[in-house]
Design a protein around this ligand. Structure first.
Ligand SMILES: Cc1ncc(COP(=O)(O)O)c(C=O)c1O
Length: 401
């Protein structure tokens, strides 16, 4: 049947889900899957979490949406909670990761105006991913998402990730125009590339010395994914702008751009806005997500179970010469292959697990933060069977069959 949906997603997997509970999903035929994708780092509390279901029902029965023309107490409460866990000072609310990064980039323009810089340059990283809007795809360091959308938004320079010399060099070559440095502390779509603590600390110093804004895109890493509320906290580094989305709504679309110090108070009335951003329902859900993560200490769980999963995978998958490395932080884990593995998510359906591939050669695991050790064991067993089949049969990609 010809679909009426624009075909922006290639190779959709032939499975449709009907319901979920915790780390489990059931398809329309009643088959049960262990979900190690979590809606791409979104459903941190798993599926159909009772507290989230309850807050959605209670808030929806009272009030879903008003407008940012009116006071929204849930929004005030959420801004306070986010600032408390992040060390930031202010929040702006939107609906997605791309929008929060777009907001961050608009803030860099206002900061530049204040400094009388006419053509402000943002240094971003090769291999990065910041979203699909025109400015955020231009900020991203991957041509894959840019091709066809030229002319790109100008004034981004991309340098090698985790290479302080490359950033310093770019700052000194662009002294008159550079205004900000933007990065993901752990590159997600780029292949679970982890910035060292030292690198992040040196970036902070460089930004302080040169009056630049340091922007951490924590859309994927934020809210417990890496074992702390935010990945920058592993290095004790506070950015000037911090962007979050994904886990914040556990599936409800909400994002936030947090700012502090010289990045705070740049927006005035009329400078930015969103119809849906920060509405009573979205904020009630996000407040509950933060409350539950805090109450159940799911950051610590992500740290502990993530460490366990990574170590077990490193040991168990050693027997496959095609597996080069298992790396990650918390429950953000990559399994690096020596060959393309883009067809593995499809094969994994046979073993009733949901996994994801990035950078062509890496399985990315992003299970819910609530994953238990025994569920991690189950994931390892199923993944092992899946890799056994992958490496021991000539797996023919379905689009060739
Ligand atoms: C680090 C990062 N930034 C931004 C985005 C874009 O988020 P969204 O798809 O919600 O616009 C993503 C999405 O995967 C991401 O991983």
């Amino acid at each position: 049947m010809l679909s009426s949906v624009m075909p922006t997603y290639f190779n959709r997997l032939p499975v449709a889900f009907e319901r979920g509970e915790g780390v489990w999903l059931w398809d329309i035929h009643g088959n049960q899957y262990l979900d190690a994708v979590a809606g791409i780092a979104v459903c941190g509390l798993g599926h159909s979490h009772p507290a989230i279901t309850k807050v959605i029902c209670d808030q929806a029965a009272k009030l879903i949406h008003t407008s940012n023309n009116y006071e929204i107490p849930n929004q005030e409460k959420l801004a306070k909670a986010l600032c408390e866990i992040s060390g930031m000072e202010q929040a702006y609310f939107c609906n997605s990761g791309a929008e929060t990064n777009e907001t961050a980039l608009k803030l860099t323009r206002l900061f530049a105006r204040k400094k009388n810089i006419a053509n402000p340059l943002v240094i971003a990283m090769h291999n990065s991913f910041h979203g699909r809007s025109l400015a955020t795809l231009s900020a991203s360091g991957t041509s894959r998402i840019q091709i066809g959308f030229e002319p790109l938004v100008s004034h981004f320079e991309h340098v090698d990730f985790n290479d302080i010399g490359a950033v310093k060099n770019s700052v000194s070559l662009n002294k008159e125009s550079v205004i900000a440095i933007m990065l993901e502390p752990i590159q997600g779509d780029g292949g679970i590339c982890i910035a060292s603590n030292d690198y992040l600390q040196q970036l902070r110093k460089l930004c302080d010395e040169n009056d630049l804004l340091l922007i951490f895109d924590e859309v994927q890493t934020g809210l417990g994914r890496t074992g702390k509320w935010f990945a920058g906290q592993h290095a004790n580094v506070l950015p000037d702008i911090l962007t979050v989305a994904k886990t914040l709504g556990n599936g409800f679309p909400i994002g936030a751009c947090l700012a502090r110090g010289k990045a705070a108070n740049l927006f005035g009335p009329g400078k930015h806005g969103s119809t849906f951003g920060g509405n009573p329902l979205g904020c009630a859900i996000a407040n509950e997500v933060i409350r539950v993560i805090k109450e159940k200490n799911y950051c610590e769980n992500a740290h502990k179970v993530g460490d366990y999963l990574r170590h077990q995978l490193s040991t168990k998958l050693k027997k496959y010469t095609g597996v080069l490395e298992v790396r990650g932080k918390g429950l953000m884990i990559g399994i690096q292959f020596d060959r393309t593995c883009i067809e593995i998510p499809r094969l994994a359906l046979k073993f009733n697990i949901l996994i994801n591939v990035v950078a062509n050669c890496m399985i990315r695991l992003l299970p819910p933060l609530i994953l238990t050790q025994s569920e991690a064991d189950e994931l390892i067993t199923r993944l092992d069977h899946c890799l056994h089949e992958f490496f021991n049969t000539k797996y023919i990609p379905c689009y060739i069959q």
